[in-house]
Structure formats: structure tokens, C-alpha cells
Write a protein that binds this ligand. Structure first.
Ligand code: PEP
Length: 279
């Protein structure tokens, strides 16, 4: 089952770094970006990488192999909306991805309906929407599964079957984000959730639901990325703090690349097994 899931994935894992409200200055952002570009070189052939800095820095970063995304866009397209930044604005500055509906924004009052509007704006502009969903806590009765379903249904409510390839679902359980002890989900639980989300995406979008990549975020580090990628059934990660330093981000790239290697090795072994000869 694990191998089957991974075989269905796009060839390269996707790793999207969320810089949140850091760094403080443009110079630091430039330095950080160049540092990440440098460490990424070695992994370019096996991993797709994106960083999402604060929107103010996007136009000043000289775009290299690491793609740029934004952490949020406005619900509105244009007009008298003081302080807002639209999807087409960030796109014109070089952003090709946008995180939408991060739990830290949902905690500020962003509803699924608002998220759906934002996803529509991002997709309309030709960018990729990385749509975050995740339960605040897990209950014994499994009600959290209904929460995930409802978030997916509503947040992707304005995406058509023809547009699904422009959407990525980032499963980010709130209880695993920003943990000082870096305790992420177990790969077993992640795998169960990836299967659940995939099944639901197919229910909503039919066969086109298979085109939506599922990635995981929540205290991803160099230490857990290998196991989470190898056994978690996801197509990549959305790390926050691990993407703030080139060296820690490199650790995530490296662990993921090792997992890709291991999966390839396993899939070669599977294909090598010959069926028993009939007598
Ligand atoms: C995030 O910002 O989406 C996130 C998962 O943060 P962290 O990796 O720091 O937990």
C-alpha cells in the first residue's frame, strides 16, 4: 500500500518553506534565500523547492532555482481595500505559489469561505494554491476526520475538476505546528490521514482528485523527514522553522532525498520479483 501510494505521486517531492514573520530585514531575506539556493543545488534533480517569505521581500529576491511563494493573498482582486495585497500583485513580483488558509491565519478569523475565495483568486492568476487544512486536536471518536472533510470541501469549493492540478492540499494538524519539542505526527498516523484525504478528494473531484498533491506540515525536521516521507504516503512537506536557516532546510532536503532513494530501491525490488512459473 505504501509503495502504491508513492508510485502514484509526481516524480519529485515538493518542499515549501514557510518563513512566517521572519526575517526582520530585506538584507537578511536576501542572504537567507541565497543560502537556501546554494544548499538546494545538490537536491535540485530530486526535489522541487519553494520558499514563502513575507510579501514585502518577494520582488527584491533575485529568483533562482528555489521558487517563491507568498504566505497569503487578499480575498479581493482590486479596489478600495486598504492594506490588502492581491494574488496578481504577488504574481507580478515573481511568486508562483501561495499558501492559503494557514492555521495561524484561520486563528485570526479566516473562515473556510474566505479561504475558498482566496484559492479561487490564486488559481485564476495561474499560481499554485497550497491549501492548509488540519484539526486543532484529535478526539477518540474520530470527529477530527469530519473537520478535515469539511475544511477540504469548503476550502476547495470553488475549484473545478479542470483546475485541480493547480491545488495542493497541505495537511497541517494544528497540534503539531510550532512545537518547541518538535514532535510531529507519526508516519503511521500520517499515512492513515493521507489515505483518508485522498479518498475524500476522489469523492469530491472523481478521478481528477488523484492529481491533487498532499503534503504535510507540522514540526518537520531533518530528524523526522526520512520516516515521514518514506512511510507517510505524502508528496512533500511544508516546514516552517526548519526553512529559516539554510543548514536546517538542507537537513530536510537531504532526509527527503534519502527517502526518495529508498523508495526507488524498494520499487526496483518489487518489479524484480518474478511470478512463480506454472507447471
Ligand atoms: C508551518 O508554518 O506551517 C509549520 C508547519 O511550522 P513548523 O514547521 O515550525 O511547525
Amino acid at each position: 500500500m505504501i509503495l502504491q501510494n508513492h508510485m502514484k505521486k509526481t516524480p519529485k517531492p515538493l518542499i515549501v518553506g514557510n518563513w512566517k514573520l521572519t526575517p526582520n530585514t530585506l538584507n537578511e531575506a536576501k542572504e537567507r534565500y541565497l543560502g537556501i539556493v546554494k544548499v538546494y543545488k545538490k537536491f535540485k534533480s530530486v526535489i522541487d523547492a519553494v520558499v514563502c517569505p513575507p510579501a514585502t521581500f518577494i520582488s527584491s529576491l533575485k529568483k533562482k532555482d528555489v521558487a517563491i511563494g507568498t504566505q497569503n493573498v487578499s480575498f479581493w482582486t482590486t479596489g478600495s481595500k486598504t492594506g490588502e495585497i492581491s494574488a496578481s500583485m504577488v504574481k507580478s513580483c515573481g511568486a508562483t505559489y501561495s499558501i492559503v488558509g494557514h492555521s495561524e491565519r484561520r486563528a485570526m478569523g479566516e473562515t473556510d469561505e474566505v479561504v475558498a475565495e482566496k484559492v479561487a483568486e490564486v488559481v485564476k492568476c495561474g499560481m499554485i494554491a497550497v491549501v492548509c487544512v488540519g484539526e486543532a486536536e484529535r478526539d477518540e471518536e474520530g470527529n477530527y476526520l469530519e473537520i478535515i472533510k469539511s475544511q477540504i470541501k469548503k476550502s476547495l469549493g470553488r475549484v473545478s475538476k479542470q483546475e485541480v492540478h493547480k491545488v495542493i492540499v497541505a495537511y497541517e494538524p494544528v497540534w503539531a505546528i510550532g512545537r518547541t519539542d518538535n514532535v510531529a505526527i507519526t508516519s503511521h498516523d500520517l499515512h492513515q490521514m493521507a489515505i483518508f484525504i485522498r479518498k475524500y478528494l476522489k469523492e469530491v473531484f472523481g478521478i481528477a482528485g488523484d492529481l491533487i498533491r498532499i503534503i504535510y506540515g507540522g514540526s518537520v525536521t531533518a530528524e523526522n523527514a526520512f520516516d515521514l516521507y518514506l512511510n507517510g504516503g505524502v508528496s512533500g512537506f511544508l516546514p516552517g522553522r526548519s526553512s529559516w536557516e539554510a543548514e536546517t532546510f538542507k537537513g530536510v532536503f537531504s532526509a527527503t532525498a534519502e527517502a526518495v532513494k529508498e523508495l526507488k530501491k524498494r520499487s526496483r525490488q518489487v518489479t524484480k520479483v518474478k511470478p512463480p512459473r506454472r507447471k
